[in-house]
Design a protein around this ligand. Structure first.
Ligand code: CA
Length: 436
């Protein structure tokens, strides 16, 4: 299966002449993620390499590429990467092979170096025009922890282990890392009152998730079978599904989340491709004894043996007080991303199983990814036990987020014998509600 092939682009001994790429925590030459950047106005596709961004529009005009790689780089030259995502894995892989060669071959340095921009000079944008955004709920420890707050005796609802739970989110408010998060107003109802008030949320939270970028997708009425689902996964980002817990608890029945979730979603702006992730695919953890087997349309042996990721996720907070005191970010959690009850291929197969069409550039969220223990919980709701036990920070505590707090996610893929790679920044600072 092509997206899982290991080739020379993954060789840990391959070195780029871009010196900052050597031992870069996120963007060594083995990663080569795709994104959209601008330097003074015009947006175009780029590739992160160390502390630099390679301009794909310039590369498309250079005459250095041909064939499928040239087709792919042309598709990546515009204001969004939707055309590149639509091409699927084969041309994307050809482009990756050529990029890896050009950025490691010192004889090409003279012709390629002029297409590099320093990342500090670049503004990063969403990599695609997102037609639709769907958020799932595959983090079983998160689902259990949150369920316990509402139903201590039966935290998981009976459907959880049979059907990948999801809902349709809002695409228009997805933003690239760095854009501030304005505290939303909404209806809040305390338990000792019969009527709600309209006020800024008092229980603003983050949700640690992975974002899945859809590749070619499917025609309406034509489901993607599980064994073909990997062909439609272009790559991953980090995703923060900012959540207003007090709005959520009042509004969510009977139709699910709405204004508690759709005021903003932050993604890391680079698409770490399925090709780059090949060395970090691991077996999906087997289900605990007694759990139901997935229905056949969700079961594929190859997916089960390669469907999870060797990925460690971290969340850090910097408050206004910490910033003023020059303190470093405080880690709120660190944990493995292997605690997904469903694989990303199962999400694609399930989402399209009724004939619903996914399109290039659509975005899926996995749902909050919590590790089994409190040091790996992926939201403040879980860490503070619904607000009852605030977290101790260097000089203050937090049950939920205050104005001036910045939340940053980091993710790191690691595998024996391979260069580790990451996503780049996924951060947002809370700004006060307008007029508040
Ligand atoms: Ca979520």
């Amino acid at each position: 299966m092509m997206p899982l092939e290991i080739d020379e682009t993954h060789d840990s001994s391959r070195v780029s002449w871009v010196e900052s790429a050597q031992a870069h925590p996120d963007f060594p030459i083995q990663n080569l993620p795709f994104g959209v950047f601008s330097v003074g106005g015009i947006r175009r596709g780029g590739v992160a390499i160390g502390d630099s961004v390679l301009d794909l529009a310039a590369l498309a005009e250079s005459g250095l590429l041909e064939g499928a790689a040239q087709t792919a780089v042309l598709a990546a030259s515009g204001r969004t990467l939707n055309c590149l995502l639509a091409l699927g894995a084969a041309p994307r892989r050809e482009l990756r092979l050529r990029l890896s060669s050009l950025l490691s071959d010192v004889t090409k340095r003279g012709s390629v170096e002029r297409m590099l921009h320093h990342a500090n000079a670049c503004q990063l944008h969403l990599p695609a025009r997102i037609g639709d955004y769907t958020d799932f709920y595959v983090g079983i420890h998160h689902a259990t922890n949150v369920g316990k707050l509402f139903r201590p005796d039966a935290p998981l609802l009976p459907n959880y282990k049979h059907v990948p739970i999801g809902y349709h989110g809002r695409a228009s408010s997805v933003r690239a890392s760095g854009e501030p998060v304005t505290r939303p107003f909404g209806q809040l109802k305390s338990q000792d009152s019969d009527t709600p008030i309209f006020a800024p949320t008092r229980r603003l939270d983050y949700e640690l998730e992975l974002g899945v970028w859809v590749g070619p997708g499917n025609q309406l009425g034509r489901p993607i079978p599980i064994e073909r689902a990997a062909e439609h996964i272009a790559g991953l980002s980090l995703l923060n599904d900012w959540s207003a817990r007090d709005l959520q608890s009042w509004e969510y029945q009977p139709l699910g989340p709405f204004l508690a979730k759709n005021f903003m979603t932050t993604v890391s702006p680079w698409i770490v491709t399925a090709e780059a992730l090949a060395p970090f695919r691991i077996a999906q953890p087997s289900r605990p004894a007694g759990d139901p087997a997935p229905l056949p349309y969700l079961w594929d042996e190859h997916d089960q043996s390669h469907g999870a990721f060797a990925l460690t996720l971290e969340v850090a907070i910097t408050t206004a007080k910490m910033r003023a005191a020059g303190l470093p970010p405080h880690r709120l959690s660190r944990g493995s991303a292997r605690h997904m009850y469903w694989t990303v291929a199962q999400l694609i197969a399930h989402h399209t199983s009724n004939g619903c069409n996914l399109e290039p550039g659509d975005l899926l969220g996995t749902g909050t990814l919590s590790a089994p223990t409190p040091d790996g919980y992926g939201s403040l709701l879980e860490i503070s036990q619904g607000g009852a036990k605030p977290v101790q920070l260097p000089a203050e505590t937090r049950a939920f987020l205050h104005d001036g707090d910045e939340i940053e996610f980091t993710g790191r893929f690691e595998a024996e014998g391979f260069a580790g790679i990451g996503f780049g920044r996924c951060a947002g600072e809370i700004w006060g509600a307008p007029g508040d």
